[in-house]
Design a protein around this ligand. Structure first.
Ligand code: PEP
Length: 255
């Protein structure tokens, strides 16, 4: 069991394709090449930027990976505005976030839809970053572990055991996203440890030991170090701080 640390930058709906090129160049050139053997770095730009990022990464043989923030459950057809797994695969995407709380909230995405999207990504050899986590009222009621692990099992429903290791999990407590209020390392470890234990119950120790679990929610260079020291935290999903090249590379270097 050796899990490579992953730091993934979720740009959300920020940066046009020219700004995307500038940011990826700054990140790639600020980190020494040998760094990428230790930590995997990925950027998750808006759809409109992905082709530009692909051209840059391929052209300059950058070690940065990239992906998307969402995909359709369908491969093609009359789904105006949607983008499919085959389209993302053709653009060389390694990752796609699925079930981010902003999509669950603003687009009413249910666990069933999230599960269908996880399967759609895997079908095209893209690793879904499955986001789970509790809103504030659930934490205050003390039900955060059950809530999050139930979301996790629902998101993975029907996967073959060997597919599960291709999924990256992200524990993102909703109250910590974009608020500046990061979970303490102990709080994050409590839930990430419970997620791994639930995986072990369902898929066995070996698979549970191979799956990477990220923490997300107001991660910055000042808190990443203590978070990734936790036994069950294998990196971070970073929102706001991933838009600033200097802060993001500093954060990556400390992961
Ligand atoms: C996110 O959007 O996944 C996220 C964790 O955002 P932030 O780092 O800004 O809290």
């Amino acid at each position: 069991m050796s899990r490579q640390v992953l730091v993934a930058g979720n740009w959300k709906m920020n940066l046009n394709h020219l700004e995307a090129i500038a940011l990826v160049q700054k990140i790639a050139f600020a980190l020494p090449e040998k760094y990428f053997a230790k930590v995997e770095v990925a950027v998750l730009p808006p759809f409109t930027d992905i082709r530009s990022v692909q051209t840059l990464v391929d052209g300059d043989k950058l070690k940065i990976r990239y992906g998307a923030q969402d995909l359709s459950r369908h491969d093609s057809g009359a789904y105006t505005g949607d983008v499919s797994g085959p389209m993302l695969a053709k653009l060389g995407c390694t990752y796609v976030t699925v079930g981010h709380s902003e999509r669950r909230e603003h687009h009413g995405e249910s666990d069933d839809l999230v599960n269908a999207k996880v399967k759609a990504a895997l079908k095209h050899d893209i690793s879904p970053i499955l986001c789970v986590g509790e809103p504030l009222e659930v934490r205050e009621a003390g039900n955060h572990v059950a809530h999050t692990t139930d979301q996790l099992i629902a998101g993975l429903k029907g996967l073959k055991t060997e597919q599960v290791t291709k999924v990256v999990l992200a524990y993102e407590p909703v109250w910590a996203i974009g608020t500046g209020r990061v979970a303490t390392p102990a709080d994050a470890q409590e839930v990430c440890g419970a997620m791994r234990a639930r995986l072990a119950e369902k898929y066995g120790e070996q698979i549970a030991g191979d799956v990477r679990i990220l923490y997300g929610g107001s991660v910055k260079s000042g808190n990443i170090g203590d978070l990734v020291k936790q036994d069950d935290i294998d990196g971070a999903l970073v929102g706001g701080a991933s838009l600033d090249a200097e802060e993001f590379t500093k954060l990556c270097a400390l992961a």
